[in-house]
Design a protein around this ligand. Sequence first.
Ligand SMILES: O=C(CO)COP(=O)(O)O[C@H]1[C@H](O)[C@H](O)[C@@H](OP(=O)(O)O)[C@H](OP(=O)(O)O)[C@H]1O
Length: 264
Amino acid sequence: APGPRLGEDMEAYVLRPALRGRTMQCRISRDKRGVDKGMFPFYYLYLDAAEGQKHFLLAGRKRKRSKTSNYLISLDPTDLSRDGDNFVGKVRSNVLGTKFTIFDNGVNPERKNFIPETARIREELGAVCYETNVLGFRGPRKMTVIIPEINAQNQRIRIQPQNEQESLLSRLQRGARQGLVLLQNKAPSWSNESGAYVLNFHGRVTRASVKNFQIVHPDDRELLGTGLPGPGLEGRGMSGRELLPPSALELFSRQGRARVIAKP
Ligand SMILES: O=C(CO)COP(=O)(O)O[C@H]1[C@H](O)[C@H](O)[C@@H](OP(=O)(O)O)[C@H](OP(=O)(O)O)[C@H]1O
């Protein structure tokens, strides 16, 4: 897909769903160097464009004082402040770190100082649930991704919960799936030969990793959206449905336990 045009409104660009039938191939690099980057690394998202060009899109970093995993996403790699102009959204987990929600930069309506007349209620752009499996942490985890439907005009359905009960995760919990698209990670199969779980990444995997996953639609397991870390920890994500903030996808993939390798 073509990269952003010069002078394009980058906030609108990164929030716009990918066009149907188009593949957006991205990569994520992680910077763990430096004093506290082991605990709070930086993530940088790039779009791979024609002629080998890379377009910087987003930067992310785990925030230091939150009780839950809370990753801030910014348009500017040098400005990851929560109240900065470049703040475009965040990824927040539940207390257990098993469920994540991606918000834009709107306001939580349950905040005490929320003023409906002036503040825009935040949108939920997606959510991911990890289910531990019967094998405990030894087997591959099951990942369910929930995104709002994209209409025929390629616009995302607005999900702006007034309260927790209207959130994507609560709707998933009670089976209220109207206006939602549910995706899952493709279950790897056990290979006695390699002594590991395998999935066919069509030559794109260079190393066995718990971060290798393929997101598919349950009704069409061959239509892949894939998040893959490359050799230098640079992930390459392809999301056929929507340009989720893949730095968020990179973060999600860190929750898995079982290594998934490419089918020989
Ligand atoms: O204990 C908790 C209940 O689950 C959460 O505690 P914590 O993880 O520290 O998160 C709270 C922090 O103040 C965080 O800075 C806020 O995000 P913000 O700075 O982006 O506003 C967040 O606002 P929220 O995401 O809930 O709107 C708050 O909920």
